[in-house]
Design a protein. Structure first.
Length: 262
């Protein structure tokens, strides 16, 4: 019984060794399979495959894209804008050049100083004269109107002093010239001074037409006209005095009332 018991004990103790052997065999089998797998797929290739999966996404998220540009109102040119991770960046020195500014690097600070330039300053509106001044176009047209009236008067004075027959056709050319230039002067009115001066010019035109019509009527009626008639004519003196006052206005560029033109 003792022997049997020992044998039985031996048999009873054998399964743990068998299981241990099986476990050892399983472990060896896994090790062998793993070794075979590593031989078929080297570790370096496996690591490279993993890197190929992750690196492109990292690289794509970090590569700058220059799809936009930055421009500053009032400044010529533009600079590229770099986008990284959804944010826009510009190169600081390029921005300084674009805005005609200066960059100072001091310790851990970058100081961008915007310089005052002609493009930054709002220029005065030279095309719009002050209300008390004459506009450029009106002044030019007004001088031409005064010249036409003066030529008209000189023609009448020469005809009277030379006893030259004054006819309606001959006078009509001077009248039309002065009238057309008066219309151009009216169209050039911009400021209040222009408007006030045009009223004086219109009065001068009316006085000159009255003087011309007066001597034209005397010629038609065969009335004797003395060569020095205009020297004592009050209307002609008003025309001369008004012309002098208008010339002073043109020289000063500002309106002042001229009593002789009323």
């Amino acid at each position: 019984m003792g022997a049997v018991s020992d044998a039985t004990k031996g048999v009873a103790q054998s399964p743990p060794f068998v299981r241990a052997t099986n476990v050892q065999l399983d472990t060896d089998l896994w090790t062998e399979m793993e070794s075979n797998l590593m031989r078929k797929t080297p570790f370096r290739q496996t690591l490279s495959a993993i890197a190929c999966l992750f690196i492109p996404s990292l690289v794509l998220s970090q590569v700058p894209r220059q799809s936009e540009t930055l421009s500053v109102s009032g400044q010529p040119g533009r600079i590229p804008v770099i986008q990284i991770n959804g944010k826009s960046y510009v190169e600081i020195t390029a921005l300084a050049r674009l805005t005609s500014s200066s960059v100072t690097f001091r310790d851990k600070q970058i100081i961008l100083t915007f310089l005052l330039s002609a493009s930054n300053v709002t220029a005065p509106e030279t095309d719009q004269p002050a209300p008390s001044a004459f506009s450029k176009e009106f002044l030019r047209a007004g001088i031409e109107e005064m010249t036409a009236i003066r030529e008209w008067r000189v023609a009448i004075v020469n005809a009277v002093q030379s006893n030259f027959p004054v006819t309606d056709d001959w006078v009509a050319g001077y009248r039309r010239s002065a009238d057309s230039k008066r219309a151009l002067t009216s169209a050039a009115i911009v400021t209040d001074s222009d408007r006030s001066a045009f009223a004086l010019l219109s009065n001068e035109f009316s006085k000159m037409r009255a003087l011309s019509d007066k001597y034209l009527a005397l010629r038609k009626s065969l009335t004797y006209i003395a060569p020095d008639s205009l020297s004592n004519d009050p209307l002609d003196q008003q025309i001369l005095n008004c012309a002098v006052g208008l010339s002073s206005l043109a020289a000063s560029g500002k309106f002042e009332d001229v009593p002789a033109c009323h």
